[in-house]
Design a protein around this ligand. Structure first.
Ligand SMILES: Cc1cc2nc3c(=O)[nH]c(=O)nc-3n(C[C@H](O)[C@H](O)[C@H](O)COP(=O)(O)OP(=O)(O)OC[C@H]3O[C@@H](n4cnc5c(N)ncnc54)[C@H](O)[C@@H]3O)c2cc1C
Length: 450
């Protein structure tokens, strides 16, 4: 399910669903969930372990925040629907509008993809800025209240644990506090404890799919001339285990990222970082690093051992009053940068599930539908990972064919603008990967190059 197929936001469709909902986790998925819950609940309380800064700076609970975050159009348009004015606010606070046709240089299979002909824009900013603007908007909504600096510790449940009735937190004064709610949303990211909790309370936990890629991302900030919006991507692709990207962000800076899979991890010292960039098949990233000063000497590393997806959609028994969303369900190698867009689309699915049945069997209905959103990003990310023979995990049938097909598509897209357009629509989650198999695309992929 992509932007083309997910039902769009319509606040008039939400009936009164309840008095109080709790969302645990005030990152992108939790904030988007709080936004849609605010239409149906009198009060929505968001519980967050971190203190939330007023400035757009990285915080402890989102350690990936120093890495580049691409916001694809499916995510940006959805955020705009949910939070009108979001895109304008991004630009007003320094976010950069990239014209993909003139500013994006995407290297794959021995060359740059030629510019597409369809409009292809990207709103680029640092991750803390995207999140801060969502947070600001959500906390001005009627009925939404924030409990920052509060750690969720467990669910409140009925005797047989058939219904979740709220949460227990350790509050700012380090005291135990119970908060009742008719609905609790777990948006705690990769560290979600819901699978283990289910098992402890007599439920079958969701089956777990893991695809081990052992990638590490290292990122630094360099200075950028204000009018230079060039954006480079040279993603790792077999047999080359290394890649990188440079994205313009607010404050006249580029985020320059290097990454390496299966243990070929980029260093975090400046000299080693530049050498690693020099080993890429195209010189642009190294040139930027040599030409423009680092904003500070810091190079931040984020290791990402494995894609992880809990198959909640396979369960047929789940407590009432609880839903799981965002990275807590699935987190995938961010090589294609789709997590925030997935979180926004998932919130739309939650909105629809509330509109079409309120709290009745909400979780199972939601998991069932949200699987189709996750499938898109999961297929793309793990498909790329499985092109490396060392990658371990359940390999869906057809992966080898799709990888062969994609690499042919990329080669032909060095000269065929329509192939670039077709791929960009998939990358930005506006169309599903299967759209690349449509005959109008396939003949361009399969015809001899040149
Ligand atoms: C290296 C890297 C690069 C990425 N790049 C991109 C990109 O380019 N584009 C993109 O769209 N996505 C990207 N992502 C993915 C993106 O960061 C996530 O998908 C997105 O943030 C949604 O995550 P989330 O809100 O579900 O969870 P998280 O962002 O992990 O947030 C979980 C929240 O829950 C809070 N929390 C956890 N436990 C508790 C507790 N017990 N009590 C209270 N609060 C708690 C945390 O403090 C945090 O605020 C990237 C991820 C990584 C790792």
């Amino acid at each position: 399910m992509t932007l083309a197929t997910v039902s769009r936001y319509d606040s008039t469709r939400i009936p009164e669903v309840g008095d109080h909902a709790v969302v645990v986790g005030a990152s992108m998925a939790g904030l988007c969930a709080a936004r849609v819950l605010a239409d149906g609940f009198d009060t929505v309380t968001v519980i967050e372990r971190d203190s939330l800064p007023d400035e757009p700076v990285a915080r402890r609970g989102v350690p990936q925040a120093r890495q580049p975050h691409i916001l694809w159009e499916a995510g940006r348009i959805t955020l705009e629907d949910l939070l009108p004015g979001y895109s304008e606010a991004l630009l007003a606070t320094g976010g950069v509008l990239i014209d993909g046709r003139s500013d994006l240089y995407n290297y794959s299979r021995g060359g740059f993809l030629t510019a597409g002909t369809d409009p292809f824009v990207l709103y680029s900013a640092t991750r803390p800025l995207y999140e801060q603007l969502v947070r600001r908007h959500v906390f001005t909504l009627d009925g939404v209240q924030m409990r920052a600096g509060c750690q969720f510790t467990e669910y409140l449940v009925t005797d047989e644990a058939t219904v979740v009735e709220g949460v227990v937190i350790r509050n700012r004064d380090a005291e135990r506090e119970e908060i009742s709610a008719e609905l609790v949303v777990d948006a705690t990211g990769r560290t979600s404890r819901t699978p283990a909790w289910l098992e402890r309370h007599g439920y079958t936990p969701p089956p777990l799919n893991e695809v081990c890629i052992d990638v590490a991302y290292s990122t630094t900030l360099i200075e950028r001339p204000a009018d230079d919006c060039r954006t480079f991507t040279v993603l790792a692709e077999t047999p080359r285990t290394r890649g990188g990207l440079a994205a313009p962000v607010e404050g006249d800076r580029w985020l320059v990222n290097l990454h390496g899979v299966h243990g070929d991890h980029p260093p975090t010292d400046t000299e080693g970082f530049v050498d690693f960039a020099a080993s890429l098949p195209t010189p642009e990233l190294k040139r930027l690093l040599v030409e423009y000063p680092q904003v500070s000497g810091d190079i931040h590393r984020y290791p990402f051992p494995a894609n992880r997806r809990y198959r909640y959609e396979d369960l047929d028994r789940f407590p009432d009053g609880l839903v799981v969303i965002g990275d807590a369900i699935a987190s995938f190698n961010p090589i294609y940068g789709q997590g925030m867009s997935v979180a926004a689309l998932e919130a739309l699915v939650l909105h629809r599930a509330l509109a079409n049945g309120g709290r009745e069997e909400l979780a199972l209905r939601f998991f069932d539908r949200v699987a189709a959103v996750i499938d898109v990003a999961w297929t793309m990310a793990t498909g790329a990972d499985f092109s490396f023979p060392e990658t371990e995990g359940h390999r869906p049938r057809g992966t080898a064919f799709f990888n062969w097909y994609l690499s042919r598509l990329f080669r032909n897209a060095h000269t065929d603008a329509e192939l670039t357009d077709a791929f960009n629509r998939v990358l930005s989650m506006q169309q599903p990967p299967t759209s690349l198999l449509h005959p109008s695309v396939a003949w361009r992929v399969l015809r001899p190059a040149g």
